[in-house]
Design a protein around this ligand. Structure first.
Ligand code: NAP
Length: 287
């Protein structure tokens, strides 16, 4: 059996097409395009630069204006002041890591939740963890961390029955693993959240109908662990010998029912969800 490819690029295109008329309606209301500030250090690394390029391209396609605020930031307060005193922005993207002097915890705690297009401020994170059903995200107009949303949307895209199925999420960061595990439980999966201290990862993965890998440990999920027909969403991106590779061994494609590619999988949907959060927050503000 060979896994069906879970095509993130195609899903992202569909999401961007749905967002474009909403962004146009906002532009009409505001008298200008909705705008995002991309806060970055003056010397971003290669990965940040490439992610930023894809963000900008997607913004242009949807009709969102962006401006990069790239400086040697001295503190969180300096960033907050730049966002408040400059041109009007509907939202801010924080290209972490920023400069050493910037207290990220303070920055996230003080960033206005209504500008938090990445869904990472304590307020928005807390609101997300109040819900029990995935549909409440839309009903309550909530924002969530973009990669976690991308994982959930890719999973829904399979149209596979999910309720009561077993899922393992490998990784418990605040931006990927932890919120992804919560969103999967909101899709009525029974979720095991794994981390570096988890014992017998192989056995847990072998029982899983859905595997979400978000460790940043290249090829560490062995093909032999994958349950036949499982849905495997590989968010991991690492560089090995100059090539990008995921957390899951390529041979998993022989056993999985669905598998995301490393390039054109979770990444483009993450960017699309960033724009989706941006449009949603801009609509909330414009009301
Ligand atoms: P992170 O903050 O470093 O978290 C990694 C997580 O993996 C931690 O919770 C860690 O456990 C866990 N882990 C490490 N080794 C493990 C092991 N052997 N078994 C089980 N769990 C293990 O990373 P992140 O920011 O969440 O990113 C994870 C990956 O996703 C990276 O490859 C990153 O590049 C990728 N990513 C992709 C996108 C995208 O759009 N495609 C977006 C964001 C991130 P502990 O908590 O115990 O340390």
């Amino acid at each position: 059996m060979s896994a069906a490819v879970l095509d993130g690029s195609a899903l992202a295109r569909k999401i961007r097409q749905e967002l474009a008329p909403r962004a146009a309606a906002l532009a009409k209301k505001l008298g200008r395009k909705p705008a995002l500030a991309i806060v970055s250090s003056a010397r971003p690394d290669r990965a940040t630069l490439s992610y930023r390029q894809s963000q900008k391209k997607a913004c242009e396609e949807v009709g969102i204006w962006w401006e990069t605020l790239a400086r040697d930031w001295k503190s969180a307060d300096e960033i907050l002041a730049a966002l408040k005193d400059g041109k009007p922005f509907e939202g801010a993207i924080l290209d972490l890591p920023l400069n050493d002097g910037v207290d990220v915890e303070r920055l996230l705690a003080r960033l206005p939740p209504e500008s938090d297009v990445e869904g990472v401020t304590p307020f928005n994170f807390g609101r997300l963890f109040e819900i029990k059903a995935y549909a409440e995200i839309q009903r309550r107009r909530l924002v969530a961390p973009c990669t976690a949303l991308a994982v959930a949307e890719l999973l829904r895209e399979t149209r596979a029955p999910l309720s009561g199925k077993n899922a393992v999420v490998l990784g418990r960061s605040n931006i990927v693993g932890k919120p992804a595990a919560h969103l999967l439980s909101c899709l009525d999966l029974t979720v095991t959240l794994c981390h570096s201290k988890t014992r017998d990862l192989a056995e847990l993965v072998k029982r899983a109908d859905v595997v979400v890998a978000a460790m940043g440990k290249p090829k560490s999920v062995r093909a032999s662990w994958i349950k036949p027909g499982a849905i495997v969403i590989d968010a991991g991106v690492s560089e090995e010998d100059g090539a990008l590779c995921g957390d899951v061994e390529a041979g998993a494609a022989e056993k999985a029912g669905w598998l995301t590619p490393t390039v054109g999988g979770v990444g483009p949907v993450t960017t699309a969800m960033l724009l989706s959060n941006s449009v949603l927050l801009a609509e909330r503000k414009a009301r």
